[in-house]
Design a binder for this molecule. Sequence first.
Ligand code: SAH
Length: 196
Amino acid sequence: SEPGRQRDRVVTEEEWLQKWAAGNTGFHKEHGHPLLQKYLDVLLNGRSGLRIFFPLCGKAVEMKWLADMGHSVVGVEVSEQALKEFFAEHNLSYCEEPVPEISGAKKLQSTSGNISLYCCSIYDLSSSIIGKFDGVWDRGALVAVNPRDRQRYVNLMTTLMEKNSSYLLVTVSYDPNKHKGPPFYVPESEIKSLFG
Ligand code: SAH
């Protein structure tokens, strides 16, 4: 079972913003994740023009891949810096607007309209604000959520999914005594009980 020191660990939003400000973003994969390429067919399941959600998106380049394939991408991220770097690094122009339902939140949307990134906490969102999704790419998201918030996160994700949606989840397997996380170790048995 999971040692207490990971179970009780809390990383605050402020700490995440500091990681971005200091460039401590070793989790970012410049060339994208090989597992998305490998399991793309599972995510898409032969469908086109999907709505794909990127929880805790950072500046994941996979958002650009999927948008370029004709899907519509929605992400959420607390760091505005991360979102601005995303648009800048892909030479995408975007516009910014407030999100009326969430005080202090912003939506950064590509001018082409197919990438909408919300700058706020994922816990501020609901399907009435962002709708429901046909697919989810969860890499560095469940494993980055504070362990005490996992069930809340999964419950929210469940409300954001359409009936026939696919959910790709990437986790990391390692000895949780050797690293305090994030990424946190989420055992497979816990994933099963979280998603039910
Ligand atoms: N999924 C991305 C980033 C993983 S790191 C990738 O694959 O590269 C986790 C990200 O979640 C960080 O960028 C952090 O700033 C963001 N984050 C942490 N807590 C959050 C929250 N409650 N709501 C939205 N974003 C959050």
